[in-house]
Design a protein around this ligand. Structure first.
Ligand code: GTQ
Length: 356
C-alpha cells in the first residue's frame, strides 16, 4: 500500500531541488529551505566592525573640495560604507554615516526630507553654521546638532577654515520603509526667522514655554553644545561611580518628554577615565562611536581597533565590545536604539558571552 507520508529526505533530494526550481518562476519559495536564515537564534548581521581614520577621510575630502563645490554637490559628503554592506550607503543595517565639509564662503543649499539627521562637529573654526527651520546656529567642535525630519536646513561657513562634521541619518531605515520624500527650498539659503540661540534658551534651560506640548517627537533643541555636555560629565565624575560596561554614559534627550533627541536615532556621550577597562557588553543596536577626546583601543568580537580623536568606528548588533582608554576619553555614539525600544526588540547583555 502506498504511504501518504513524504518520502525521507535521503531519497528525494533531487525531487526537492526540482520542486524549488519549479516554484521559483511562480514567485514562491519553500519556507523550510530558508527558515534557519530567516529566523536566526541570534542576530546574524552582514554589518562588520570597522574603523575609519579621520585624517584619511579629511585628505579625501580636501581632494573632493577641488573637484566640486558644496553648492553643486548639494552636500559634499563622503559616505562611510560598511565593508559588509557595500553599495548600500549604510554604516549599519539601519543607519547612514558620512563626513561633510564646507569650505570658507561655501553654501550647502536649503532642502528638507523625511530622513532625520544628526551632525556631530569634528573640526570647526568660528563662522561655521547650520540653519534649521529659520534658526541659525554656530557649529563648534563637539557640538551635537539635529535636523528633525521635514525641517528645511542649509549649511554655510563664514569663517576662514574648512569645517568637517559627521552626518548620521536614518537613510537605510527610511528606504526600507519606502517612506522617502524630499524637496528643495525656494531659496538657496533660508532667511533668519528667529534669533540665534532661541531654541536652546527656550527649551534647554530647564524650563519650557508654559503651554508647550511636545510635537513631532524630535527635540525642540537643535544644538546641544559640547561645552555644556562636557562640563556636566566633568562634574559628575567627582562622585567616582562608574558603570562597569559604560563608565559614565549619558543620553541626549528631548527635554519636553524625556525621550531621545531624535525619534529614530539614539545618541550618547560617554566619559571613560584613563586606564579604565570596560566589561564586555553587547546590545542589539549596532553602534557608531566617535572618540572626541583621548586615545585608546576597543575590541569588537576578536578584532582590536586603536582610536584617537575624530576617528570613527562601528560595532555590529550583538558583537561583544570592550573599551580600553589609554587617556581620559570621551566618546560620542549613535544607534537605532529608539526604534528597537519602540518595537520591544532592544536587548543588551553584560559580561562575557557564551561561546557558540
Ligand atoms: O546635510 O542634509 O550626509 O540630506 C546626506 C543627506 C547630509 C544634509 C548627508 C543629506 C544631508
Amino acid at each position: 500500500m502506498a504511504s501518504t507520508n513524504p518520502t525521507p529526505s535521503t531519497d528525494n533530494a533531487a525531487e526537492r531541488e526540482a520542486f524549488y526550481d519549479a516554484i521559483d518562476p511562480e514567485h514562491m519559495r519553500a519556507l523550510w529551505s530558508v527558515l534557519d536564515d530567516l529566523v536566526t537564534p541570534q542576530p546574524a548581521s552582514r554589518c562588520q566592525p570597522w574603523l575609519w581614520r579621520f585624517d584619511a577621510v579629511r585628505t579625501r575630502l580636501e581632494q573632493a573640495g577641488k573637484l566640486i563645490s558644496a553648492e553643486e554637490a548639494v552636500r559634499r559628503v563622503l559616505i562611510l560604507e560598511n565593508p559588509g554592506l557595500r553599495g548600500r550607503a549604510s554604516i549599519t543595517t539601519s543607519l547612514y554615516a558620512g563626513i561633510q565639509s564646507v569650505l570658507p564662503g561655501e553654501v550647502a543649499p536649503s532642502h528638507r526630507h523625511t530622513q532625520s539627521a544628526l551632525r556631530f562637529v569634528l573640526d570647526a573654526a568660528p563662522g561655521a553654521f547650520t540653519r534649521v527651520d529659520g534658526e541659525k546656529t554656530e557649529m563648534h567642535t563637539g557640538d551635537f546638532v539635529i535636523t528633525p525630519n521635514w525641517h528645511f536646513h542649509d549649511h554655510g561657513n563664514d569663517g576662514d577654515q574648512p569645517v568637517y562634521w559627521l552626518d548620521g541619518l536614518d537613510i537605510p531605515l527610511v528606504q526600507f520603509l519606502d517612506a522617502s520624500f524630499a524637496e528643495k527650498g525656494s531659496e538657496t539659503q533660508q532667511r533668519d526667522a528667529r534669533p540665534a540661540g532661541d531654541s536652546l534658551a527656550r527649551y534647554g534651560a530647564n524650563m519650557l514655554p508654559v503651554d508647550y506640548r511636545p510635537g513631532s517627537g524630535a527635540s525642540p533643541i537643535f544644538n546641544y553644545p559640547y561645552a555644556r555636555s562636557r562640563e556636566a560629565l566633568e562634574i559628575m565624575r567627582r562622585r567616582d561611580e562608574w558603570d562597569p560596561c559604560h563608565g559614565l554614559k549619558m543620553r541626549y534627550v528631548n527635554p519636553a518628554d524625556g525621550g531621545w533627541a531624535i525619534p529614530t536615532i539614539g545618541t550618547t556621550l560617554q566619559l571613560l577615565p584613563a586606564g579604565f577597562v570596560t566589561e564586555t557588553y553587547r546590545s542589539t543596536d549596532a553602534t557608531v562611536f566617535v572618540p572626541v577626546e583621548g586615545r585608546g583601543r576597543s575590541r569588537i568580537g576578536e578584532q582590536w581597533f586603536e582610536w584617537g580623536p575624530r576617528d570613527l568606528f562601528v560595532c555590529p548588533s550583538w558583537a561583544p565590545i570592550v573599551h580600553e582608554p589609554a587617556e581620559d576619553a570621551v566618546l560620542f555614539a549613535y544607534s537605532d536604539r529608539p526604534v528597537q525600544e519602540a518595537l520591544s526588540l532592544w536587548r543588551e547583555s553584560r559580561g562575557v558571552p557564551d561561546r557558540g
